[in-house]
Design a protein around this ligand. Structure first.
Ligand code: F6R
Length: 369
């Protein structure tokens, strides 16, 4: 049942190109238009939406953080992403013009369910992004966009995360399409690139041996830090979460711009720091700022593990370890940048003798609040 892999997690990491392709299947037509018929919220209602609120937990929350950037960039609708467990306890502002997006692999996460119930009570429309057919969250939502990752057995979410991202991009682009906002060359190019993204994920998977080797060499470390900016920040948080839950190591993700506001005090000799570098094309300002961050932490002794786009030469002098990912449009980079972090955490867990598919204290679906 593990298809020749030692762990479900390894199998599920390997299934990501297919999961991504399956989630796109039939949702973009030949002309590059999105055909999300399952989003049964009428276009007239979607055109009136004046705020999007995303609620989710854990890894799904990280997908939601990335979705916020995509939705605001492509639609110009204000969007916020909130931890489902916090949401209903702060009396959030919601009405008929609010679109709430609830992201959940299992469809049974109690925190997310309670958040969406609260949202519907206030009159908001709820769109679920879910991987489990007929589960509670989609049943209680106004509409659902299913991710087609297939069953995810390992407790640590991998392929579900990538497909959640794909679904979030589709929702963002669809909102843009329905509302006619910024539906220009950039969006057409992104839709085209999305069609190629499964192949890019495959390319990353083929080059993971050095990442495994690196992970094994760090098995006796206590702490690993992760830095990123823009979409790379949630990727950093996701890398840290995977390491906590699988390797039981202290791991933290930071927005790289925050380093100087405190976390840089943590940097000491030989501390491994993973840095997710934005594309030098696109938002080149951010790229250059991150390169300076890498220089700063390296000057203080950090062991820099740099995830950077193919062809980005500026990082080479400051990378103790360089992990290459294919070039993608800025907003899509998490689809390729997350994969090495999954492999890294899985291999570190193995090296430390941990149970990869069933980490201690965790359950696959969290049905209590
Ligand atoms: C981390 C992980 C959890 C889940 C979270 C939400 O690897 O799996 O953080 O992402 O419990 O679960 P779902 O998506 O089922 O609502």
């Amino acid at each position: 049942e593990k298809g020749g892999y030692d762990y479900f997690m390894l199998k599920e990491i390997a299934e990501q190109p297919k999961a991504v392709a399956d989630t796109l299947l039939g949702r973009i037509d030949a002309s590059g238009s999105l055909t999300l018929d399952e989003v049964r919220i009428p276009a007239s209602v979607l055109r009136e939406v004046d705020k999007v609120v995303i609620v989710a937990c854990g890894t799904a929350y990280h997908a939601g953080m990335i979705a916020k950037l995509a939705i605001e960039h492509w639609t110009r609708i204000p969007c916020e992403t909130e931890l489902a467990s916090e949401f209903r306890y702060r009396d959030p502002i919601l009405d008929q013009r609010t679109l709430v997006v609830a992201i959940s692999q299992s469809g049974e996460t109690m925190d997310t369910l309670m958040a969406l119930r609260h949202a519907r009570e206030q009159g908001a429309r709820v769109l679920a992004i879910c991987n489990t057919n007929g589960s509670t969250i989609p049943r209680e939502s106004d509409a659902v966009l299913y991710t087609h990752a297939g069953p995810e057995v390992a407790v640590a979410s991998t392929k579900a995360f990538l497909t959640q991202l794909v679904a979030c991009y589709l929702v963002a682009l669809y909102l843009g399409q329905v509302r006619g906002t910024k539906w220009g060359d950039e969006i057409e190019a992104v839709v085209r690139e999305l069609s190629d993204i499964a192949a890019a994920v495959d390319t990353v998977l083929e080059t993971m041996e050095p990442v495994r080797e690196l992970a094994r060499s760090l098995a006796d470390k206590n702490t690993v830090l992760f830095l990123g900016r823009h979409v790379g920040y949630p990727v950093a948080l996701e890398g840290a979460l995977k390491l906590k839950e699988l390797a039981y190591m202290h791991a933290e993700g930071f927005a790289a711009g925050e380093l100087k506001h405190g976390p840089i005090a943590l940097i000491e000799k030989d501390l491994p720091v993973v840095v997710v570098v934005p594309s030098p094309r696109g938002r080149s300002v951010l790229h250059d700022k991150i390169v300076s961050n890498i220089q700063e932490i390296r000057a203080r002794g950090a062991r820099t593990i740099v995830i950077a786009e193919e062809g980005d030469e500026a990082v080479v002098p400051y990378a103790d370890h360089l992990i290459r990912i294919p070039a993608t449009p800025t907003l899509l980079q998490p689809l390729v940048a997350t994969v090495p972090l999954q492999v890294f955490a899985c291999e570190l867990a193995t090296a430390r003798g941990n149970e990869v598919d069933q980490p201690r204290n965790l359950a696959k679906s969290v049905t209590v609040e």
